[in-house]
Design a binder for this molecule. Structure first.
Ligand SMILES: Cc1cc2nc3c(=O)[nH]c(=O)nc-3n(C[C@H](O)[C@H](O)[C@H](O)COP(=O)(O)OP(=O)(O)OC[C@H]3O[C@@H](n4cnc5c(N)ncnc54)[C@H](O)[C@@H]3O)c2cc1C
Length: 439
């Protein structure tokens, strides 16, 4: 590239993630539909190739959206969900699936509503996006040299000047910032967007880790490392009613839980972690109450234990408890309830039964920190939504500037919501910019 003679483009996109790539495609496709000349679009990406984060999504399978209806998807984003309504109406999960199907990537929904490509390969999703960008003549510049380091609005010339790490200056009529958040930093997302947006006059809701494992105090947790417990209910417990939270997200959370060497993970915990992170700023530790057998009430469990006592006297308590929760967990909870490994049902006392019901239905964990941005799958906080028009994704501070994806103050739970958000906001932003270019 000739550094002394910077090229001028119609649209410069910072970040070739889900949102940036979809925005470039939407801009190109909309111009085609409007019979307009091909817009000059350049995407700057700091990783060596576009879509690196999409490649790790869903453990490499890419859970690209969720089967829920519009209201369900909006509710998943808590108090800020309403902002998403125009983006989702413009490009909802059906349109997203149709778009990928026409690009040779059919998808399927699984029992839990998560939607994956039939190939079960995130690579196929990224390839569909990069192939389409190429067909539409989008110029993609990827590599550390192309990390955007500074952005400024030149009012006298009515254009943006963006400087990349190699010192090159990029000039553009419209700028879309879609560089993601600051979580999973090894994927290139290091919070650059907040600095760039602030330099262009935007305020940032302080970022905090979300969908992040939690570090707990209980010394017995490492014994259960690697154990997954299906269908548990996790509730945040506070002495007073839960303080008003910025997230406005529902609790408790019902899903699978995973024990790790430091604490808790798995969707049931990850989906509460944004709230826990917020509470940890006000109090520590935060107490979680876990119900490992949410489909059985305490009375039912007491009746079951009495039946074991009366009819299964020779059997060990821990063995029978292993029939209602995973065996390793059964052994730990029995020990915590004061029931020894050789203890038989004949000697199962009323007090032990009571203790065991407490551990099974109200096991407490004390969280004193999250695993931080390094392990958080998404970043909560970001560009303030009241400074962005939800109908177009246009900045209210600078009308040539747009935002899409995780850089916005929008965070969904795990389950395909965040990629849908990135694709929908990217699509609407690209469509809006194409219409401005054509005007
Ligand atoms: C391990 C993991 C698994 C996940 N699995 C799922 C899942 O299955 N389903 C789901 O819905 N969500 C999942 N997510 C979340 C999802 O990946 C993000 O919400 C989504 O990728 C956000 O899209 P985006 O385009 O806004 O940002 P990103 O995809 O993060 O893309 C931003 C891009 O901008 C680039 N960039 C950053 N700074 C600069 C700069 N200064 N200059 C140029 N480029 C820059 C980055 O390198 C990156 O490529 C997962 C996240 C992680 C970490």
């Amino acid at each position: 590239m000739d550094l002394s003679n910077p090229p001028m483009v119609d649209l410069l996109i910072l970040g070739a993630g889900a949102a940036g790539m979809m925005a470039a495609i939407a801009c190109g496709e909309t111009a085609l539909q409007l019979n307009q000349p091909r817009p000059r679009i350049t995407v700057l990406e700091k990783n060596r190739q576009p879509g690196i984060k999409v490649l790790v999504c869903g453990g490499g399978r890419c859970n690209l959206t969720n089967a829920g209806d519009l209201d369900f998807l909006i509710a998943a984003f808590g108090r800020n969900g309403r902002f998403l309504a125009p983006s989702l109406r413009h490009f909802d999960n059906t349109r997203l699936r149709d778009w990928f199907a026409t690009r040779g990537v059919p998808t399927h929904a699984e029992h839990d509503g998560k939607i994956y490509p039939d190939s079960n390969q995130a690579r196929s999703v990224v390839k569909a996006l990069t192939d389409r960008m190429e067909e539409l003549g989008v110029v993609s510049r990827a590599g550390a040299a192309y990390a955007a380091t500074a952005a400024a609005w030149r009012a006298d010339r009515g254009l943006f000047e963006v400087v990349s790490a190699n010192g090159a200056v990029h000039l553009a009529r419209f700028l879309l910032i879609s560089v993601g958040g600051q979580s999973y930093t090894r994927m290139g997302t290091t919070g650059d967007g907040y600095r760039l947006a602030a330099a262009l006059g935007h305020r940032i809701v302080p970022p905090r880790p979300a969908i992040v494992p939690l570090v707990c105090q209980e010394p017995w947790i490492p014994d259960l490392q690697g154990l997954a417990v299906p269908d548990v209910e996790v509730r945040i417990e506070t002495a007073a009613p839960l303080p008003r939270l910025a997230t406005g997200k529902p609790t408790p959370s019902v899903n699978d839980l995973l024990f790790t060497h430091f604490g808790l993970s798995g969707p049931a915990v990850l989906n509460l972690s944004e709230i826990v992170a917020e509470l940890l700023e006000k109090m520590s530790p935060v107490s979680l109450r876990v119900d490992f057998v949410r489909c059985r009430g305490p009375a039912e469990l007491h009746a079951l234990f009495r039946a074991w006592h009366d009819h299964e006297g020779r059997k060990r308590v821990k063995t029978l408890v292993g029939g209602i929760v995973p065996q390793r967990l059964a052994e730990t909870l029995c020990r915590l309830a004061g029931i020894g490994p050789e203890h038989t049902c004949a000697g199962f006392t009323a007090r032990q039964m009571h203790q065991l019901v407490e551990w099974l239905k109200g096991c407490r964990f004390h969280v004193y920190q999250t695993r931080g941005f390094k392990e958080a799958m998404v970043t909560a906080g970001g560009v303030r939504l009241d400074e962005v028009n939800p109908e177009t994704l246009q900045s209210r501070v600078n009308l040539q500037l747009y935002f899409a994806g995780e850089i916005l103050d929008l965070t969904g739970p795990s389950g395909g919501y965040n990629l849908q958000m990135a694709f929908s906001t990217g699509r609407l932003a690209g469509w809006s910019i194409a219409r401005r270019i054509a005007a």
